[in-house]
Design a protein. Structure first.
Length: 383
């Protein structure tokens, strides 16, 4: 039976991070409402190795972004937490461990949240809609009460607006580039993007390449087939193990990408997880593509630039990412990321602010749906 120390080493958590993360995650009941493991660190000492493995897998599944309540209270309550006896806890975690292989092909939690936020906009927000997408919802096929998930609450409304804004901007840009003769569209970290399914007429004028982790790609492939969408001839699902250091450009070319023809390349919700060196290397690779290729990359501004009313939420999201083993490590001021792009070889570089997106897509709305300023901004660079 492992000690607390060895348990912490196995899951790469400190004692405080483990306890805080479980408290926040289950206070929010974000994964299994009504089925909470424990709120007592002492119980962790009685976990078997299988239980530790199961708990580690559970943390990876419910991690990524945790949004706390507006009052920033982190204490669990009797209504949301139930302490299980050690023996029952061990049996439960062991079952979860055995299920790990069955869930090897599954979508990233952030991708699921993004897909549900897009659908929530269509179903809950008043028209005109900034972006219409319910395909991801069909792929995820959540329970009927998915609207009640904590990450669908009104507290996450600004973050949802930011997702909608960047998606709308990118697809407007793709349409514009197609009219200029661009015939390739590359999505780095595609997640559950559904451009090829929602806009088949426009997509058919392109060769669309979606790059993502192999397990996520396999899950998406299975769901597209099961949901009746199929895989269009112009769509390429390209598995790339970014974590293992796969060369994404080599994988892309092997899937039919023509480096001699211009393309639109997008990378959203990724840069904060990469080192500065990795970002520069990616910028150089994309800048080396055919003249006229355009990159849209999202980036996070430093916390001190955030609006006060969302800073707490973003900081807690960063804490959740760090606890899950995928910390946010790169933040840029607009002039810094633009300087990197110019240094990488791009001819034209532009910063598209959240404020500009809000003015373009959210003007006149009376429901307070609006992306926050100086949070996730966009870099647009042309090779």
């Amino acid at each position: 039976m492992p000690s607390i120390t060895s348990t912490m080493q196995l899951v790469s958590f400190s004692r405080s991070a483990w306890h805080q993360y479980f408290s926040v995650a289950f206070w929010r009941a974000s994964l299994l409402p009504g089925r909470v493991i424990c709120d007592s660190w002492s119980l962790c000492s009685s976990l078997s190795s299988a239980a530790v493995s199961g708990a580690s897998w559970l943390l990876r599944r419910c991690a990524n972004t945790i949004f706390p309540p507006p009052n920033n209270a982190l204490q669990p309550t009797v209504k949301t937490l139930r302490i299980l006896p050690p023996a029952e806890l061990g049996r439960w975690a062991s079952r979860e461990s055995l299920m790990q292989d069955e869930h090897a092909a599954e979508p990233d939690n952030t991708a699921v949240r993004t897909a549900l936020w897009r659908a929530l906009h269509v179903q809950a927000d008043a028209p005109p809609h900034v972006f219409e997408d319910e395909v991801g919802l069909k792929l995820v096929a959540p329970s009927d009460d998915w609207h009640n998930r904590p990450d669908m609450s009104s507290f996450t409304k600004p973050f949802r607006a930011a997702i909608l804004a960047r998606a709308r901007f990118i697809e407007d840009l793709v349409e514009e580039q197609v009219s200029r003769g661009v015939g390739q569209y590359v999505l780095l970290g595609a997640g559950l993007d559904s451009f090829a399914q929602r806009k088949p007429e426009l997509a058919s004028q392109l060769r669309v390449f979606e790059l993502d982790q192999p397990e996520s790609q396999e899950w998406k492939r299975q769901r597209l087939m099961a949901a009746g969408f199929g895989i269009a001839d112009h769509l390429r699902l390209v598995p790339v193990d970014f974590e293992a250091g796969d060369n994404w450009l080599e994988r892309l070319v092997a899937s039919g990408f023509d480096v001699k023809r211009p393309a639109v390349v997008t990378s959203t919700g990724v840069s904060m997880y990469l080192t500065r060196e990795a970002i520069v290397a990616t910028l150089r690779q994309i800048a080396s593509l055919a003249s006229g290729s355009t990159l849209v990359m999202s980036f996070l501004c430093p916390f001190e630039m955030l609006d006060p009313d969302i800073r707490v939420g973003v900081e807690r999201a960063a804490e959740g990412a760090r606890a899950s083993g995928t910390p946010w490590i790169s933040f840029f001021k607009p002039d810094e990321i633009m300087a990197l792009a110019r240094g990488a070889g791009f001819k034209q570089v532009q910063h598209v602010s959240a404020a500009a997106l809000a003015k373009r897509y959210f003007a006149g709305r009376t429901d307070s749906l609006r992306p926050p300023n100086n949070s996730e901004e966009l870099l647009v660079a042309t090779a």
